[in-house]
Design a protein around this ligand. Structure first.
Ligand SMILES: NC(=O)c1ccc[n+]([C@@H]2O[C@H](COP(=O)([O-])OP(=O)(O)OC[C@H]3O[C@@H](n4cnc5c(N)ncnc54)[C@H](OP(=O)(O)O)[C@@H]3O)[C@@H](O)[C@H]2O)c1
Length: 268
């Protein structure tokens, strides 16, 4: 039976709590070692979830865990390459033994390659598609039995490049468009299991991956094309995540929330 909210909230605090608190929830975040994933893992932890931080670089994950614990949150670290189905299975086996269920899966791992399709190396195409699309499939598939044990939810980090295109991002755009379709397909297939599946399509968010580019003249032109005239910050994604991952999103599935300062509108 789908989660329902109380018909009335006893106070303003209760309104926020009933919609956004994640106390007692277990969350797993992929790509939690840096950038958006590290920030959103901390967001989930501050909202009360116990968070499993996964990525390939254990030292970075340990740093994120320390930052979360310093702020009173609870986090665990597990090395996981999302392109390696055996590694994925091992992490979910361990999660099943420890918690017996999963409430929130945040598929955030991603890589980008800048090259036009006609000049793209096959290995680059494979790396982008394997990480951004196949990785999300492998992790989601492994998570479903544990998500079924609760009223689980999946949030996929897509991109506005999954909705519109620019030159030089063919593999990335194809992977994110595929991820948005995977979101819809899994939402349809898993609704009767009370598992909701949604996506966030961020515009350009300032992270280590793109800081150098946005300091260039070309980067400044991209910023000037964003209607709100700035890059996003990782904290700009907190609201969409809490909406989709928490009780407030209880009637949302198969949707993609665009968080981009209006950039998609200006892409044509
Ligand atoms: N920044 C933006 O402007 C922007 C805009 C729209 C969407 N996004 C999406 O947001 C997500 C995060 O991007 P970001 O900007 O935070 O990038 P980032 O700082 O480079 O972080 C990427 C994360 O993905 C992980 N990762 C890469 N390959 C992996 C693999 N094979 N297995 C497991 N983890 C892997 C990395 O961890 P390890 O290297 O430790 O494995 C890292 O934690 C991506 O899906 C990206 O496409 C970003």
């Amino acid at each position: 039976m789908t989660q329902t909210a109380p018909a009335q909230h006893s106070s303003a605090d209760a309104l926020l709590h009933d919609n956004f608190a994640l106390g007692g929830k277990v969350a797993l975040v992929t790509g939690a070692s840096a950038g958006i994933g590290a920030h959103l893992a901390e967001t989930l932890a501050l909202a009360g979830a116990e968070v499993v931080l996964t990525a390939r670089r254990r030292d970075k994950l340990e740093g994120v865990r320390a930052a979360i614990e310093a702020r009173g949150g609870t986090a665990h670290v597990a090395e996981m390459d999302v392109t390696d189905s055996a590694a994925v299975a091992a992490v979910f086996d361990a999660l099943g033994e420890r918690h017996g269920r999963l409430d929130i899966l945040l598929n955030n791992s991603g890589v980008a390659v800048t090259a036009r399709a006609a000049a793209m190396a096959e290995a680059d195409w494979d790396r982008v598609l394997d990480t951004n699309l196949k990785g999300a499939f492998l992790v989601s598939r492994a998570a479903v039995p544990l998500l079924r044990a609760g009223q689980g939810t999946i949030v996929n980090i897509a991109s506005i490049l999954g909705l519109g295109v620019l030159k030089g991002v063919a593999a990335y755009a194809a992977s994110k468009a595929g991820l948005i379709q995977l979101t819809k397909a899994m939402a349809l297939e898993l609704a009767r299991d009370d598992i909701r599946v949604n996506a966030i399509a961020p515009g350009y968010i300032a992270t280590d991956i793109n800081g150098a580019f946005f300091a260039t003249e070309a980067g400044k032109r991209v910023i000037a094309a964003i209607p709100l005239r700035r890059l996003g910050e990782t904290r700009d994604l907190e609201g969409a995540l809490l909406l989709l991952a928490g009780p407030a999103g209880r009637f949302m599935t198969g949707t993609t929330l665009v968080v981009d300062g209006g950039h998609r509108l200006a892409m044509g």
